[in-house]
Each structure stands twice: as structure tokens, then as C-alpha cells.
Design a protein around this ligand. Structure first.
Ligand code: FMN
Length: 218
């Protein structure tokens, strides 16, 4: 059976997948560890853990807790940063047949633009996914909950890269259709739906949140 998917048909580089199975960012690290468990080249695509300009240690433990219907997490974008990705990880990605989409997160428009500039043309990187569920330190909102901020950051990234560009939306948006339209107008090639829903689990014995950070994403 032909399972191939042309994820972004018409794009000059395109994003041709052998099948539609992709890993959600943050659930598959950067793929390297999973090579020991199964043949990751059989996936349609791998989406990396969030990449930030500087390495991040993430939030305090515990960072994952079960819920009756799943789990909540507050990892806090722990990652090794763009320098280590370029030096240690992308060269491995470049040897794989499975395409890798780099998930990026910034606190300012210029951080997103810098990440896109660094990733553009980096061997091993087949596309960029922007996580816009991040606090925007410039105006205090999440980029992904404000159409103007979402459009601005998408346009800034688009100016830096010709790679296939996916924007990952957050369900926190009051009007997600407006945000989707704004990022598509600003140069997104595709949308990723969706990041986690804000959630909290309270331990009834301690009367404290189960996660060290308090709230998390369901
Ligand atoms: C442990 C964990 C870490 C995550 N890290 C990221 C991340 O770094 N960047 C991102 O865009 N999404 C991240 N996510 C969100 C997932 O990619 C996905 O959007 C989310 O889990 C919703 O999909 P689901 O309902 O199938 O779980 C993370 C999710 C989990 C569970």
C-alpha cells in the first residue's frame, strides 16, 4: 500500500514522507536514544525536542504526573541549545533517511529569527516547526494567543529560511482560527495542531499540586 504523504506540496524543497507517522515534539527527544529500541527510519518524520538559543535546564521535579485519562507535564523546554544541536546532533540526523523537523522556541522575535537563521541550510534539518506557546517577554503574552504577535514572529522566521515552515498552535488561543489565518498569511506552510491544554493535578493528601511547577500541560 502506498502510504507516502506530500506534507507541503508545492513547496520548493517539499516534505515528502514515506508514511504519515510523525513523533510529537518532546515525546521522542531528538530521536537518537530511540535508535536502540526500534528502526526509527521507518517513521514518516521525526520532530525534535524544542530547541532554544541557550541550553535550558527545565522546571523543577516532578515534571510528569498521571491523570485519570492521560498525563500532565511541565518539562519547561529543557534542551541542549542550538550550538550543541549544530555540533553533536544535526550531523547524526544528516545520516538518516527519515526527515527531521526542528522544533524551535524563543522568548523574543529575534530569538526565533536567530534559531531559524542557524537551522536554515543545516545538513540534517528538513523543516522547522515553531512552538508559539511560549511567553513573549516583549509584550507579556504568549505568541500563540495573540494574532498580531503570532503573525510577527512567523514573518520574522519566514524571512530567515526557505525551509518548510510549520507553526504549532496552542489551544489557549481564544480564537484559534484567527491565529491560524494570521500565521498562514505571514508565511507558514503548514499548521501543527496542537500543543497541550493547561492543566493541574492536586494531590489530595498533601493538598499540593502534583507537579513541581504547579500547573502543566495535559
Ligand atoms: C513530555 C512532553 C514534552 C513536550 N515537549 C514539547 C516541546 O518541547 N515542544 C513542543 O512544541 N511541544 C512539546 N510537547 C507537546 C507535544 O508535542 C504535543 O503537542 C502534546 O502532547 C499534545 O498532543 P497529545 O494530546 O497527543 O499528547 C511535549 C509534550 C510532552 C508530553
Amino acid at each position: 500500500m502506498d502510504l507516502t504523504v506530500s506534507l507541503i506540496s508545492g513547496h520548493k524543497h517539499g516534505l515528502q514522507l514515506t508514511n504519515p507517522i510523525m513523533t510529537a515534539s518532546g515525546t521522542f527527544s531528538n530521536g537518537l536514544e530511540y535508535q536502540k529500541v526500534f528502526d526509527i527510519q521507518r517513521l514518516g518524520a521525526i520532530v525534535s525536542k524544542a530547541i532554544t538559543v541557550k541550553p535550558r535546564r527545565g522546571n523543577s521535579q516532578p515534571r510528569i504526573a498521571e491523570t485519570p485519562a492521560g498525563m500532565i507535564n511541565s518539562i519547561g523546554l529543557q534542551n541542549i541549545g542550538i550550538d550543541a544541536i549544530a555540533r553533536d546532533v544535526a550531523p547524526v540526523w544528516a545520516t538518516w533517511t527519515v526527515p527531521v523537523i526542528a522544533n524551535i522556541a524563543g522568548e523574543t522575535v529575534s530569538e526565533y529569527a536567530e534559531l531559524a537563521r542557524r537551522l536554515d541550510g543545516m545538513p540534517g534539518v528538513s523543516g522547522i516547526e515553531m512552538n508559539i506557546s511560549c511567553p513573549n517577554v516583549e509584550n507579556g503574552l504568549e505568541f500563540g494567543t495573540d494574532a498580531r504577535a503570532a503573525a510577527g514572529v512567523t514573518a520574522a522566521v519566514r524571512r530567515q529560511t526557505g525551509l518548510p515552515l510549520m507553526v504549532k498552535l496552542t489551544p489557549n488561543a481564544g480564537n484559534i482560527v484567527e491565529i491560524a489565518g494570521a500565521v498562514v498569511e505571514s508565511g507558514a506552510d503548514a499548521l501543527t495542531l496542537i500543543n497541550t491544554f493547561p492543566a493541574m493535578r492536586i494531590d489530595v493528601k498533601t493538598r499540593r499540586p502534583a507537579l513541581g511547577w504547579g500547573a502543566g500541560g495535559l
